[in-house]
Design a protein around this ligand. Structure first.
Ligand SMILES: *Cc1c(COP(=O)(O)O)cnc(C)c1O
Ligand SMILES: [Zn+2]
Length: 372
């Protein structure tokens, strides 16, 4: 029996509805992205206190099956070098070393529930490693299209989980095209940007932050933003908490990007509703080097609705901040310090005040980029 009979996918652009067993990954009429309709919403009384993973919120997740590696419930620790109300959330302590596991656990749980035996995905890094790990756990086959030049540290992690790696020459966008082509030929596209069930898992970041702050929303959260799946998932979670009457408002959400590739920062600066077309220049922050985020309009809406903003960070700042974090005992990959450096700039310009409660997720482990 379907425990969640009202679930469907809705096109975020034209509103067309799709049943959950569709193999379309975006709207066939208008190309819009899907969102999930008919989720249970957040229920504070439904938390399973004896479950020490993000599955303690399973009653708020629209799933009947569970493929878990023990993800979520990451520590919230005082941020060294900042005021007393500033915290890092240690998202790099996830099973595969990045926050992407929050989305992979719910996506692969859904795939298992639907009886999907094999998936395709494109990514050069953490989302592919994460998908590969959860597919390994669930016994699904995964075929991952990666740019030919992708770093060995990351491709080794992907193949260790038994996924098939398909190198694609040319820029990152060619790998996406290859995955889309495989999907058109009957494959199931388990995209970390497009698939709505990714966001169901990412919402739990907001639930955890609220629970760890004794059911308050923080004033601000600063994210490193590439495709923006983390900021969008968190936004949905904070909205649910607010709708359920648990928190008074939602936090201001800030996007930090490498100045070398900052389409969201540019759009906020110019007051645009779509990301600005930019070059993907070189940056050490590989994980946010995304020139054309697929849900860019939604990211900008989340930032504006929450009264947040966006900030660009110079390369030198990223490197210095990464080293400072390591010298305080926190070993993260170069994408993570983008948000920490961003917070520092937001404090300097008094957009964020030191007395406010501010959270920065530290998104990925430094062990991922050793030898680069
Ligand atoms: C994917 C990733 C990011 C960027 O997150 P988006 O949700 O794509 O904006 C930041 N840091 C790390 C470590 C990542 O793996
Ligand atoms: Zn549509």
């Amino acid at each position: 029996m379907d425990e969640h009979p009202h679930r469907s996918f809705l096109c975020t652009s034209c509103g067309r509805s799709y049943s959950l067993d569709t193999h379309e990954w975006r709207c066939v009429d208008c190309g819009g992205a899907f969102r999930l309709e008919g989720g249970p919403g957040f229920g504070r009384d439904a938390i399973n206190q004896s479950e020490f993973s993000l599955w303690r919120y399973s009653d708020s997740l629209p799933l009947s099956d569970r493929v878990s590696l023990g993800e979520g419930l990451t520590p919230l620790v005082p941020a060294v070098g900042f005021s007393a109300n500033t915290y890092f959330k240690l998202e790099f302590l996830a099973p595969t070393g990045s926050f992407k596991d929050r989305g992979a656990t719910t996506l692969v749980s859904f795939l298992k529930e639907m009886g999907i035996p094999e998936v395709v995905e494109d990514s050069s890094g953490n989302s592919a490693a994460s998908l590969a790990a959860y597919c390994a756990k669930a016994g699904l086959r995964a075929r991952i299209f990666v740019p030919s030049g992708a770093s060995r540290a990351k491709t080794e992690q992907i193949t260790a989980f038994g996924a098939e790696l398909v190198p694609i020459p040319g820029p990152r966008s060619e790998s996406a095209r290859a995955a889309e082509k495989a999907a058109a030929e009957g494959g199931y596209y388990a995209s970390h940007c497009w698939h709505p069930f990714i966001y169901e898992g990412l919402k739990t970041f907001a639930y955890e932050v609220a629970e760890q702050l004794d059911w308050r929303a923080p004033d601000n959260v600063v994210f490193p933003v590439g495709n923006g799946i983390f900021i969008l998932g968190a936004y949905l979670g904070f909205l649910e908490l607010h709708r359920a009457g648990i928190t008074r408002g939602i936090p201001r959400l800030f996007a930090a990007q490498a100045a070398a590739c900052a389409p969201i920062v540019e759009a906020i600066r110019r007051g645009e509703t779509e990301p600005v077309v930019v070059q993907a220049n070189e940056t050490v922050a590989e994980g946010v080097r995304i020139a054309n985020p697929v849900r860019g309009r939604d990211i900008l809406e989340a930032i504006r609705n929450s009264k947040g903003s966006a900030i660009a960070v110079a390369e030198q700042d990223i490197v210095t901040t990464k080293n400072e974090l390591a010298l305080s005992g926190l070993f993260v990959e170069p994408t993570s310090p983008v948000a920490v450096a961003g917070l520092r700039r937001l404090l300097e310009t008094r957009v964020i005040r030191p007395e406010e409660t501010t959270i920065v997720p530290l998104t990925g482990s430094g062990l991922k980029t050793i030898g680069l």
